[in-house]
Write a protein that binds this ligand. Structure first.
Ligand SMILES: NC(=O)c1ccc[n+]([C@@H]2O[C@H](COP(=O)([O-])OP(=O)(O)OC[C@H]3O[C@@H](n4cnc5c(N)ncnc54)[C@H](O)[C@@H]3O)[C@@H](O)[C@H]2O)c1
Length: 348
């Protein structure tokens, strides 16, 4: 078992282990009700085993299930969940449990932040990608015009991974989760002072990763960044590496690409924009080898318009997180933007 302590405004522990022994260690269950929010897939695969374990911890468990996919991250779902909570007797002393991937984590975390003006919640992540999303307290639902447009900073009381649950993930969701882990590997050099980039690519070439070790390494990067800048006034923007083009691609593909897949493409693009062709090529080869979902490329203007909505932009200039001798957040010339796009398109 690995434990990491996140020294946020409200501190909490992240545990990563094989199994759910954390349930016997944590102090949360003196609450009035435990309210689990999950999606249909996680419920089908892992719901009954988790429910049985929880039944030994608490008499009152309310269980809400939403449809899988980002379409459920909406205010409509929040309203339906609030109905579940009210009819299920959830009061201010309720503990919300986000049991699922990043979608459920963002949705249930946002629910906890507004239900009766805020109740406690914990994250029980079931995807690799969620090693990123479950830590740091960013919670949100989408608006039809923009992803994550309605949200809050609201830290969980704990994050508890049972890595056995990752065994049922599809190959596509594994690759998507690797997107954020690879991002943390690229950032490790700047955040930790030593890089685990080469080590990660070597481990990936050798076969399946030992998730207890590798999720902890990714979370270590995220933890340090969040501790330094919980509300994204400065260095937390680094975590946005690959997201400028990634988000534009995700929306142009009408969310047919998963978040992590879009970020993988976005990181190739960001390396090309910063002139680091070698790392762009290495990452692109990895993605092709892993069979990443292909993109129906549209005209560059489509992505340019998407990048125009990025939250890092200033004075109408599109800004990127660029990794060089140090991390910079800077705008680049239109020529470079177009050149990088055509080069990347040729690779996939
Ligand atoms: N809050 C943050 O800081 C942050 C950071 C990155 C991403 N996100 C958000 O995270 C979401 C993406 O997360 P995700 O990739 O985990 O998506 P997800 O939660 O939609 O899960 C992906 C798919 O995997 C299924 N699934 C989950 N666990 C499973 C398991 N153990 N076995 C089999 N299938 C399983 C889900 O049902 C879903 O179909 C997006 O909404 C994104 O905006 C948030």
């Amino acid at each position: 078992m690995v434990t990491l302590h996140v020294n946020a405004s409200t501190p909490y522990d992240v545990t990563i282990e094989r199994g759910d022994a954390w349930l016997d260690r944590v102090p949360y269950f003196s609450c009035s009700t435990v309210w689990v929010v999950t999606d249909e897939t996680v419920d089908r695969l892992h719901g009954s085993a988790f429910r049985d374990r929880l039944a030994h911890k608490h008499r009152n468990v309310v269980w809400s299930v939403v449809r899988p996919g980002d379409g459920s991250k909406s205010l409509d779902t929040i309203e339906r969940l609030v109905t579940d909570g009210l009819t299920g007797g959830c009061d201010r002393d309720t503990l919300v449990v986000a049991f699922g991937g990043g979608m459920v984590g963002d949705l249930a975390g946002f629910l906890a932040s507004i239900y009766m003006r805020g109740v406690r919640y914990i994250q029980v992540p079931t995807t690799i990608l969620a090693h990123d999303s479950a830590v740091g307290g960013k919670v949100a639902v989408n608006h039809p015009l923009a992803k994550n447009a309605i949200g809050a900073f609201y830290q969980p009381a704990g994050v508890h991974y049972n890595v056995n649950r990752l065994e049922t993930l599809s190959a596509r969701d594994v690759l998507s989760g690797l997107g954020e882990l690879i991002k943390h590997a690229y950032l490790s050099r700047y955040v930790l002072g030593h890089s685990f980039e080469t080590e990660l690519f070597t481990a990936l070439a050798q076969g399946p990763l030992d998730w207890e070790t590798w999720l902890a390494r990714g979370i270590e990067v995220k933890r340090l960044v969040v501790e330094a800048d919980e509300r994204e006034q400065g260095v937390r923007a680094w975590l946005n590496f690959g997201h400028t083009f990634g988000h534009a691609l995700e929306s142009a593909e009408a969310y047919q690409l998963s978040h992590g897949e879009a970020i993988l493409y976005g990181m190739v693009y960001a390396f090309l924009v910063s002139g680091d062709e070698k790392r762009a090529e290495t990452l692109a080869s990895f993605m092709r080898r892993e069979g990443i979902t292909t993109v129906n490329w549209q005209s560059f203007d489509t992505y340019l318009a998407g990048m125009g909505h990025d939250k890092k932009n200033r004075d109408g200039q599109i800004r990127f997180v660029l990794l060089g001798a140090e991390v910079t957040v800077a705008s680049v010339t239109a020529e470079r933007l177009t050149g990088a796009f055509h080069q990347m398109k040729g690779w996939f």
